[in-house]
Design a protein around this ligand. Sequence first.
Ligand code: SF4
Length: 306
Amino acid sequence: MIMYDFPPFRPPSEASSYLIRVIRGCNWNRCKFCRMYKSIKFQLRSKEEIMRDIDEMHKFFPPSNTAFLGDSDPLIHPDICEIIAYLKKRYPEIKRITAYARAKSIAEMPEDKLEMLKDVGLTRIHMGLESGNNEILELVKKGVTDEGLIKAGKKVVKFFELTYYVMVGLGGIEKSIEHVRDTAKVINSVKPTFVRIRTLTIFPNTPMAHLKDKITPLNAYQQLDELQMLIEKINVPTYFTCDHVFNYLFTKDGIIFTGVDGFIPDEKDRMLSELESARKMIKSLERTGIQVFTCNQMYNMGLISL
Ligand code: SF4
C-alpha cells in the first residue's frame, strides 16, 4: 500500500495546492507562541522518499497548478533544488511553488542558492515576521532580530513573492505601540508582496502561557486599534489580509467580524473605515449587554476549539 506523508500544516492560501513534505517538524521549534511542530521530531526526509511522494501525489490531491513545500523550513534540505526541479519536470502544469522558510535560514543562505531555487521553479516564500520589535522577538524566542528579518526579507523579494506573517497582540497591551511601530518599519523597508495577520492566541501547554505577567492579551478594541495603527503606518505597496480565524471577533452567538483585506495604498481608506464600523458595532452591542470576544478569549473560555 502506498503511504503518502502529508505536511501537518499549510497556509490557508495553499488550500488547493499539492502538499509535499520535504522535512518533518521545525529545526528551531522554540518560539513560545507556536504549537505547530512541538511533538514532531525534526528530520530531513530522504530525497528518494520525497520523489516517491511526488510521483504519487496526483492520486491524493485534485489536479492543481500550485504546490506547497513543508514543514517549517524545507529550503534547508540539501537536495531542495533537485526536488523542486523534479516536481516541475513531473508536473509541468504547476505554475506556483511555495514554501515556508525561517528568516534566520534565509538570512544565512547565499544569494546564489536563492537564485538557483528561483531558476528551478520556486515562486513564493511564506515567512514568519511576527514582530519587528527586538524586545518582543527576544521574549518570545523567535531566534532572529529586526536586522535578520530585514536582511532575509530583502533577499527574498529579489527573487520571489514574499508573504510576511504578522502577529497582532504579540507585545500584549504592554508593548502594543512599539510592536506596531517596529513591525511597520520592517514591512516598509522590505516591501513584502503580502502581509497576513495572525492575532495572538495563547494555547495552554505552550511556553507563551507562562508569559501572562509580561504579555497581557488584547481585547477586541485593542485588537482593532493595532490593526488600524499597522495599516496606517504601512507606506509601501502590499496586499494586507486577515485570512485566519485567529483574527475573528465573536459574541457568544457567533462571528461578528472576520478582519479586513485589501491592497495598500489603494484600499487603505476602505479598510480603516471598516475597522471604524467594527468599533461602532461593538459599542452598540455592548450597549445592549452583549459582550464581544477575541479568538483568544473564546478559545480560553472553551467556547471554540482550534
Ligand atoms: S513559529 Fe516557525 S520557526 Fe518558530 S517554532 Fe513555530 S514553526 Fe518553528
